[in-house]
Design a protein around this ligand. Structure first.
Ligand code: URA
Length: 281
């Protein structure tokens, strides 16, 4: 008896449709440029990168990051690299697998350091507060998490605004997910100590806000991190978060985009994209 070949189902590729409704259409059409984000402090040449996650009111947790790097620049969504995978793991510990939204403190990648006057520029702060208002006022956010100092300050500035004062949403600031790497200068011992310290900081934050996530995607008892990254602590970023058609290898790992060149100017002008090994045989 001849067997019929199993019929192959067509593959479905979920994606993020982008900015399709107000107030996000206006926020993305009308954003601060070089007069607000000086080119000696930001890589404005690569354009602004706005968000990742749900903009349809279904988000229960809002994450505020710092600034986009080279992978974000290519993908045009934030927190899509290693920091993003660590954040997915943190959200999962709160039972949040899809009901989240992330914005950054800054629309553009930081170049060097941000001057205090720039970070306090009312045009920069007011624009960010318009995003926070869109995501918080009359919406369903139950917890806000700030990644690192700049994000924590962004929250303080929002809380000083009339809309921020009126909002009572629980907030927690955590150590930035890649702070261990940036603080340890490739020293393995320092990296291990900084990772342990950060995971302790994250455990304290989880203790603080776990009970405030009243509508998790998955009811999840609080399980603390250990002293090092465990197998499930860094999670894949869901396909629904990426623009349509993004190849799998760009979603799965980072390291494929590097700022290349002999000097700082060349590195600003070049991002080299290399298809991950094993993809093209
Ligand atoms: N990428 C972002 O977009 N934000 C961060 O805070 C870190 C990496």
């Amino acid at each position: 008896m001849s067997r019929k070949a199993a019929k192959e189902e067509p593959k479905v590729h979920p994606f993020d449709p982008g900015y399709t409704a107000e107030p996000f259409l206006t926020l993305c059409a009308n954003y601060p440029e070089e007069t607000v984000y000086p080119p000696d402090q930001f890589r404005v040449e690569w354009g602004p990168i706005f968000h990742r996650g749900r903009l349809d009111g279904s988000a229960r947790v809002l994450v505020i990051g710092q600034d986009p790097a080279q992978h974000e620049t290519v993908i045009r969504r934030i927190l899509v690299g290693e920091a993003g995978r660590r954040v997915q793991g943190l959200l999962a510990r709160l039972g949040i697998t899809k009901s989240y939204v992330c914005i950054n403190t800054y629309l553009y990648s930081v170049f060097g350091t941000v001057k205090a006057a720039t970070s306090r520029n009312p045009a920069l702060v007011d624009y960010r507060n318009r995003w926070l208002k869109a995501l918080l006022v009359g919406q369903n956010i139950e917890v806000v998490i700030a990644l690192g100092q700049a994000a924590s300050t962004a929250w303080t500035m929002w809380k000083a605004s009339p809309d921020g004062q009126a909002s009572q949403v629980p907030f927690v600031a955590v150590t930035h997910p890649t702070q261990p790497e940036s603080s340890s200068n490739n020293d393995k011992v320092k990296l291990a100590a900084a990772t342990k310290k950060m995971l302790q900081n994250w455990n304290a934050a989880l203790q603080q806000v776990h009970q405030n996530v009243i509508h998790p995607d998955v009811v999840t008892p609080l399980v603390p991190y250990g002293d090092t990254w465990g197998a499930d602590d860094r999670l894949r970023i869901p396909d629904d978060d990426f623009p349509a058609g993004l190849p799998l290898w760009m979603r799965e790992n980072d390291g494929w985009a590097r700022r290349t060149g002999a000097d700082a100017l060349a590195k600003r002008r070049n991002i080299t994209i290399t298809v991950s090994s094993g993809v093209v045989s």
